[in-house]
Design a binder for this molecule. Structure first.
Ligand code: NHW
Ligand code: EN5
Length: 388
């Protein structure tokens, strides 16, 4: 079934329900001198390349590979189109390793044909903070699929992570692999229902007209919460305190310090939007919300080429109810011309989706840990982690 994944230190399907295995690393760390020093072998026509994401030229090549070959929905109508600015942000967090941005080139043409990345993260699992790699952007050019290139790329990123003395990883995928820590459901909130229907992202409901549908999804012109404003650099200490305190309640969540918050939660134009609620009386920061920008190419539509989507990221209500905070997020996303607002049913997101008129999508997202066993799969509401 899974000739590659059966050989890896991940939870195996045959062990699902076996409760006598301990939580924690599946295999121990080994001395660095025992980590393979040379890269894994690729088929002879291909060579490894380390992608310098500070170089505009390399960033452009990665962008183009992903734009044309990365993730599509199950009916091949949409394909993720991460922007260059987004990739540069996502791949250069505090303490990142250039060696974890791995490409494969055709030797003859030097064309970039495959890619995989890791970034360092501290992830808490129950009471323990574990140094991990977050692995993302695995992509093999459409013409090179099903040649078992992906396992070689995964082994190579694993080797380079091991060389930094890190032995665990977290990743997500739309496909089922051995074995999910949890499975989250995508929910979608129409902001521009006419366009979504025109491009086939959603359908006109039964007994609904276009004008009734547009009215159904109407939103106010500006946020309703007094003191709701864009996050600024000076908010980093307060946002870090709010977020650390909030994420403490989930079984798996990132361990963010101020440097992480400055990188991951500060607004970056066309990449991430984040907002705080500052109490008009005390000027205290009481709440936080954020979403990232990930457009999708619309494949084969005469009238439209991109779908502008916002994805719910980290949200922390303390004074403002989560429902109201997310309603304000929808309002600002609409003002910024997003077509749809997406959320997973992780953390407490289930508590607002129905009331705020999100509908369930046809996609799911499976979360995985590499070389770390959990006794039992989690509910998505026990997960406090959002990967890009
Ligand atoms: S999920 C998005 C992945 N990318 C895409 O879906 C883009 C479009 N598809 C492709 O480019 C986010 C290709 O189809 C890919 C597979 C490259 C996906 N994760 O080369 P073969 C991430 O980036 C297994 C893991 O022939 P291919 C997360 C598959 O089960 N494994 O297939 C990435 C099979 O193994 P099996 C996946 O279609 C996390 C083998 O690959 C997978 O030409 C990576 C077939 O290989 C996926 N998404 O290329 C893991 N899709 O055992 C990180 C397929 O079943 C682990 N496969 O026979 C941690 C590493 C670090 C550890 C540090 C301690
Ligand atoms: C690594 N970070 O399937 C991520 N998206 O539902 C990699 N469906 O957009 C893994 N099929 O349901 C990503 N519209 C896995 C996800 C891959 C992309 C994907 C799904 C998620 C999606 C849309 C479009 C479906 C088009 C046909 C969908 C319905 C929306 C509708 C709005 C109105 C209320 C009811 C729902």
């Amino acid at each position: 079934q899974h000739k590659f994944w059966e050989t890896q230190p991940v939870g195996q399907f045959k062990d699902v329900g076996v409760t006598d295995l301990p939580e924690g690393p599946i295999e121990p760390a080994t001395p660095l001198s025992e980590v393979k020093q040379e890269p894994y072998n690729l088929p002879a026509q291909y060579e490894w390349t380390t992608c310098d994401m500070e170089s505009d030229e390399t960033c452009n090549e990665v962008y183009a590979l992903l734009k044309n070959n990365y993730v599509e929905d199950d009916e091949n109508m949409f394909r993720f189109n991460y922007s260059k600015e987004f990739l540069s942000w996502a791949l250069r967090p505090p303490g990142y390793y250039k060696s974890w941005h791995i490409g494969v080139r055709a030797k003859a043409s030097k064309k970039l044909v495959a890619f995989i990345t890791g970034i360092p993260a501290r992830i808490r699992v129950r009471g323990e903070v574990v140094k991990m790699a977050e692995v993302n952007f695995l992509c093999v050019h459409k013409k090179l699929r099903s040649k078992r290139l992906a396992p070689v790329m995964i082994k190579e990123v694993t080797r380079r992570v091991h060389l930094e003395n890190i032995w665990q990883a977290a990743y997500t995928a739309g496909v089922v692999l051995p074995t999910p820590v949890t499975t989250a459901q995508y929910w979608h909130r129409s902001l521009n229902p006419k366009k979504l229907i025109d491009v086939g992202f959603s359908r006109l409901g039964a007994r609904m007209t276009m004008s009734r549908t547009i009215k159904l999804y109407k939103l106010p012109d500006s946020p309703v919460t007094p003191g709701f404003r864009k996050m600024e650099l000076r908010d980093v200490p307060a946002v870090t305190r709010l977020l650390r305190n909030y994420l403490a309640q989930f079984v798996v969540a990132p361990d963010f310090d101020e440097d992480d918050v400055e990188h991951w939660l500060r607004p970056v134009e066309n990449v991430i939007d984040s907002f705080v609620v500052e109490s008009p009386e005390t000027h205290e920061i009481t709440d936080f919300c954020s979403f990232y920008t990930l457009p999708s190419s619309i494949l084969g539509n005469q009238n439209y080429s991109t779908l502008k989507a916002a994805y719910s990221y980290y949200n922390v209500p303390t004074k403002t109810p989560l429902l109201q905070l997310m309603n304000d997020a929808l309002i600002v996303a609409k003002q910024k011309d997003f077509d749809v607002f997406n959320a997973l049913d992780v953390m407490f997101n289930e508590s607002f989706v129905k009331e705020l008129k999100f509908g369930p999508g046809d996609g799911q997202l499976h979360y995985y840990l590499y070389n770390y066993r959990l006794q039992q799969a989690l509910r998505p509401s026990e997960l406090g982690l959002v990967l890009l």
